[in-house]
Each structure stands twice: as C-alpha cells, then as structure tokens.
Design a protein around this ligand. Structure first.
Ligand SMILES: Nc1ncnc2c1ncn2[C@@H]1O[C@H](COP(=O)(O)OP(=O)(O)O)[C@@H](O)[C@H]1O
Ligand SMILES: [Mg+2]
Length: 273
C-alpha cells in the first residue's frame, strides 16, 4: 500500500504543484490520477519514487516513509513508464530493456534472455528487438516502455500518460494489454491520464484532481458515475452532455443498450444469468 500523508510540493519558483494531498493507494490495485494538464499528476507520481521531493508531508510504502530509503535503490525497485516512452535513443530495443536488468545486477546473458521474455509479455514482435527506438511506431515504443517498467519485476508500477501519444486504435489495444497484464502480474499500478474514459476503463480507484492536485472525488468508476460529487465531475464525465445516458432498445435479437446517439453499446443480460 502507498500512502500520501498531507503531501505538498512547492517548486523553487513558487509554483504550488501539490497543495495538500492525502490518499491511500491499495496494493495490487490500479489507482488512476485523472485531471487537466498542469494539475499536479506527474508531480504526485514522482514523489512516490523520489524523483521529486515533497516540500512537506510524507509518502509511505507499506508503512515506511520513502524519505528514509536510498533514492537510487528506491527508483530501481519501482517501475516507471514515462510520458513519451523515455527510451534511450542510442540503445537498441533489447538493450533498453536489458539495461534495467543489468542495473539491478543481472548478468548480461540472463538480462538479454529476460528482456526477450518481457518483450513477448508486452506483445512486441521479437524481430524488432535489434532496432533503435526511432525505427519503431509510437505504439511499439510504448510497449518497449512498459517492458522496461516491468523489467526489475517491481511491486509498484508508475505509468505517466503512457498511451498519450498514440492513435486511438493502438491506444485501445495497449489499454486491453495492460488490463490483461494486470490480471496476470498483480502489481500496484499508479496510472496518470487526462482522459476520463481511460481512467474509468483502467482504474480500480479513480482520483479526479483539480489544480494543486486538489482531490475532487475518489472512488471506483461506478461509484463516481452513479454519484458524481459536483457539477465539475458531472461535466467531466460527460453526464451533462448525455454521452453516458444509455437507454434500452428492443431488437429482433433481444434488448440492447444504446447511447444518446443511438449507437449500440452492448447487449442487456439478466443479472446473475
Ligand atoms: N520543476 C518545476 N518547476 C516549476 N514548476 C513546475 C515544475 N514541474 C512542474 N511544475 C508546475 O507544477 C504544476 C503541476 O505540474 P505537473 O505535475 O507536471 O502537472 P500534470 O502532470 O498534471 O500536467 C504545473 O503548473 C507545472 O508548470
Ligand atoms: Mg504530467
């Protein structure tokens, strides 16, 4: 479990990126921070692995403050998938992944073997292993980024808008891949996005943030959709636009759910059936 206790971050230029943030992130679940650009999501994420130090307050992992841990060891023990993949351009794909393993003491040969396995885990064609990042598509680069994040077999995986830069179809593919991975791997995932649909799709716990990382609402996706905290949340999740207002339509093959534009969203099945 990760716990933020009254955490604040004021940067030297006076910007208050995080005002006063407290939250428990349960182990082996996905918590998603969602909010507009500049609201403090990346800053929150980076305070978990001490890439940013809080101005006040504490971040704890399993009851121990991260401030008492060696920052380098801490960073190596936590997976981090950056916005724009963060791959090293002069390293091949396989070396990008293997390097992480080498840093935690795995021998060269074993590191390469494990790196290949990881590329398979994230669904990357092994024929691409010897290419350089610039020779991959955006979606392929993100897969390598995820493989890198998983390399040291961390209990905690931080993901900062990892699918932000890819087209919607590839993005949907990567999202499904992450859901599958999470089922198998059981990590504590902290995921950042500005896309509320992505937040609801991936999050066990969704945290809607305003400027200064002020918490507007925390809950499971259905808790938030069923009971939005205020008009900001309603607008954000599209209730006002009726985007999520589904209705039932009778068809020759049974009842289906359609959205406000008449597009079929799914079949209606009996509860418990
Ligand atoms: N190193 C920094 N120095 C000064 N201000 C910063 C720094 N990093 C981020 N900020 C500011 O802090 C606020 C939150 O930034 P960030 O956490 O990156 O937001 P988000 O990830 O939600 O877009 C923004 O106003 C940003 O400009
Ligand atoms: Mg950010």
């Amino acid at each position: 479990m990760i716990e933020f206790r009254s955490v604040a971050k004021r940067f030297p230029d006076g910007t208050v990126a995080v005002d006063d943030f407290s939250l428990v992130l349960p182990s082996r679940q996905t918590t998603v921070f969602v909010g507009s650009s500049g609201c403090g999501k990346t800053t929150l994420l980076r305070m978990i692995n001490r890439m940013v130090e809080p101005s006040s307050g504490e971040v704890e992992i399993d009851g121990e403050s991260v401030l008492g841990k060696d920052p380098v060891a801490l960073r190596r023990s936590i997976g981090y998938v950056m916005q724009n993949s963060g791959l090293m351009p002069h390293f091949t794909v396989i070396d990008n992944v293997a390097t992480v393993l080498r840093l935690v003491g795995v021998q060269k040969r074993a590191a390469h073997e494990r790196a290949r396995e990881l590329l398979e885990v994230v669904g990357l064609d092994l024929a691409l292993a010897d290419r350089y990042p610039s020779q991959l598509s955006g979606g392929q680069q993100q897969r390598v980024g995820v493989a890198r994040g998983l390399a040291a077999d961390p209990n905690i995986l931080l993901m900062d808008e990892p699918f932000g830069a890819v087209d919607p179809i590839v993005r949907a593919d990567l999202q499904q891949e992450l859901i599958r991975l999470q089922r198998d791997l059981d990590k504590t995932v902290v995921f950042v996005t500005h896309d509320i649909d992505e937040a609801f799709l991936l999050g066990d716990q969704v945290v809607i943030l305003d400027k200064g990382a002020r918490v507007i609402q925390v809950g499971s996706p259905s808790e938030i959709i069923d009971n939005p905290a205020d008009e900001f949340v309603s607008a954000f999740i599209g209730v006002e636009r009726g985007r999520r207002a589904l209705r039932i339509k009778e068809t020759p093959h049974g009842r289906v759910l359609v959205d406000s534009e008449g597009r079929t969203q799914g079949a209606l099945v009996e509860d418990g059936g």
